[in-house]
Write a protein that binds this ligand. Structure first.
Ligand SMILES: C[S@@+](CC[C@H](N)C(=O)[O-])C[C@H]1O[C@@H](n2cnc3c(N)ncnc32)[C@H](O)[C@@H]1O
Length: 222
């Protein structure tokens, strides 16, 4: 387990250049010297978590208009560099944990948590390792660009089932409509009540389009 607090000594902020702000969150560009330093130290992503992906922005835009309650316990799955979790911590004072199967992405999340002055717990863990018991600690599960290989449809479908059994209130997953995500949407719509799909298109801060799958886990069939 790595926490942004524990990693403070190793992630010194050395430059103010090459950074931008989107939805109130500071983001370091890939040319920023702290990003380059982490890459040089051998933190090379192996499962596509090598940058911030755009679907995070779709969810942030949705949340801006549909704000979260304060202080929720939020789990970001497949967090990569963790932009979405950082947004929830910063805007809604959420207590955020980010998990990713690739430990090489976690120092980038920790670095961004630090520059955004939030504490995020970062854990190397796969979707498959999230048990019903471990999910009981969370109110909300969020994920962006996490359903891109065929096998991920069933892995995430099973995770949604465990989250419901654990008493998680809501799950929000966004994607630019890759086929595995569309298959996940079809499966969840068939299986659960309380499923909504929102189509989104953004021009700023990036050009992005896709769908947001919203699952209200507490809604029961009529
Ligand atoms: C396309 S990246 C998206 C990262 C981040 N959510 C974002 O929007 O920038 C997908 C992330 O999912 C992670 N991932 C892939 N398979 C996983 C699994 N089975 N369990 C947990 N994380 C996984 C990858 O390591 C990667 O960081």
């Amino acid at each position: 387990m790595v926490s942004s607090m524990a990693a403070k000594k190793t992630t010194k902020i050395t430059s103010r250049a090459n950074q931008r702000t989107a939805f109130g969150v500071k983001i370091l560009n890939s040319s920023h010297q702290d990003i380059r330093r982490l890459k040089r130290a051998g933190n090379i992503a192996t499962l596509h978590g090598n940058k911030f992906w755009n679907s995070s922005f779709l969810i942030m835009d949705y949340l801006r208009k549909n704000p979260l309650k304060e202080n929720l316990r939020v789990l970001e799955i497949g967090c990569g560099w963790g932009l979405l979790g950082i947004y929830c911590a910063k805007k809604y004072n959420a207590d955020v944990t980010g998990i990713d199967a690739d430990s090489n992405v976690l120092p980038f999340m920790t670095l961004h948590a630090e520059i955004n002055k939030v504490a995020i717990e970062a854990k190397k863990m796969s979707f498959q390792q999230l048990t019903v018991n471990s999910l009981k600690k969370f109110d909300l599960i969020i994920g962006a660009d996490i359903c891109y290989w065929d096998e991920m449809t069933q892995i995430l479908n099973l995770l949604i089932g465990r989250a419901k059994r654990a008493g998680v209130d809501q799950i929000i997953i966004a994607d630019p409509c890759r086929q595995p995500f569309t298959d996940l949407v079809t499966k969840t719509k068939k299986k659960y009540p309380g499923v909504k799909l929102i189509t989104k298109r953004l021009k700023k801060p990036v050009a992005a389009a896709g769908e947001i799958l919203l699952i209200n886990c507490q809604q029961s069939a009529d």
